[in-house]
Design a protein around this ligand. Structure first.
Ligand code: PGA
Length: 252
C-alpha cells in the first residue's frame, strides 16, 4: 500500500499569534480525530518552524518548508538552506510551487537543484507540477506536466527518486474554487505514474505518492482521495482552518 499524505501549505499567512492558535486548534482536532496511516504535514512560513516543530514532537504532525535555496550555503541574502531546514527538524519541503514559478521565475532546472540539496540533507521533497488554464484548453496539459517532471526529476538515480513525493496542482485550480474533477485528477495522476514507470520502472512508480492540490477542501476531498492514483493532497486555503484541514486528513 502507498503512503498517504496530507500537507497544508500556509503560504504567507497568519500572524505569530494566529499561527500559535491554529497549531493549538490543529493539535486538539487531530487528537480527537487522529487519521490512521496518514502523514499529516504542516508547511508554515519559515519564521514559525520552531513553534511548529514543538507541536510536531507530539508525533501528530510533521513540519515542512515551502521552499529552499538551491545553494548549499554562502552569500545568498534572504535564503534558507536545506542544511538549516534539517537542523530545525523540518522533514518535508515543497519545491516548484506554481507561485514560485510565476512570481520568482523558478525554472525546472532550479527545481532539480533544490530537489538535490533536499535529498542530500534527508528532507523529503514535495515536487509540484501542473498546467495553466490555456495549456489545458490547448490540450497540451499532459506534455506540459511530462516536461516539468522529466526536466526536474529524471536526472535522479532510482534510489533517490524513490524518496520523493509529487504534487499535481493544476494552476487554474489553485485558490480559485475551481477544483479539478475527481476524473480529471485521476486521469493526470495515472498519466504521471505511467511516465514514472517508463523511466524508473513499475516498482518505483507503484510506490510513488502523488498528491492533488488546487481548491481541495473539506467537502470535495473524499471524492478526490477515493481515486485510485490520488494519494492525498497539498492543501492551501483549507489548511488555514483547523477543522477543515483535519476533516481533509480524515477523508480517505
Ligand atoms: P489552494 O492552494 O488549496 O488554496 O487552492 C493549493 C496550493 O497552492 O498548494
Amino acid at each position: 500500500m502507498r503512503r498517504k499524505i496530507v500537507a497544508g501549505n500556509w503560504k504567507m499567512n497568519k500572524s505569530f499569534a494566529e499561527a500559535e492558535d491554529l497549531l493549538n486548534e490543529l493539535y486538539d482536532a487531530l487528537e480527537e480525530q487522529t487519521p490512521s496511516n496518514v502523514d499529516v504535514v504542516v508547511c508554515p512560513p519559515s519564521i514559525y518552524f520552531e513553534m511548529a516543530v514543538d507541536f510536531s514532537e507530539t508525533g501528530i504532525i510533521s513540519v515542512g518548508a515551502q521552499d529552499v535555496s538551491k545553494y548549499e550555503n554562502g552569500a545568498y541574502t534572504g535564503e534558507i538552506s536545506a542544511q538549516m531546514l534539517s537542523g530545525m527538524q523540518v522533514e518535508y519541503c515543497i519545491v516548484g510551487h506554481s507561485e514560485r514559478r510565476k512570481y520568482h521565475s523558478e525554472t525546472d532546472a532550479e527545481i532539480a537543484q533544490k530537489t538535490d540539496v533536499l535529498l542530500k540533507h534527508d528532507i523529503t521533497p514535495i515536487v509540484c507540477c501542473g498546467e495553466i488554464l490555456s495549456e489545458r484548453e490547448k490540450n497540451i496539459h499532459f506534455e506540459v506536466v511530462k516536461k516539468q517532471i522529466s526536466d526536474a526529476l529524471f536526472h535522479l538515480d532510482p534510489l533517490d527518486f524513490a524518496k520523493i513525493i509529487i504534487a499535481y496542482e493544476p494552476v487554474w485550480a489553485i485558490g480559485t474554487g475551481h477544483t479539478a474533477t475527481p476524473e480529471q485528477a485521476q486521469e493526470m495522476h495515472a498519466f504521471i505514474r505511467k511516465t514514472i514507470e517508463e523511466k524508473f520502472g513499475k516498482e518505483i512508480a507503484k510506490k510513488l505518492p502523488i498528491l492533488y492540490g488546487g481548491s481541495c477542501n473539506a467537502k470535495n476531498a473524499k471524492d478526490l482521495f477515493s481515486q485510485a492514483d490520488v494519494d492525498g493532497g497539498l492543501i492551501g486555503g483549507a489548511s488555514l482552518v483547523a477543522q477543515d484541514f483535519v476533516t481533509i486528513a480524515n477523508a480517505f
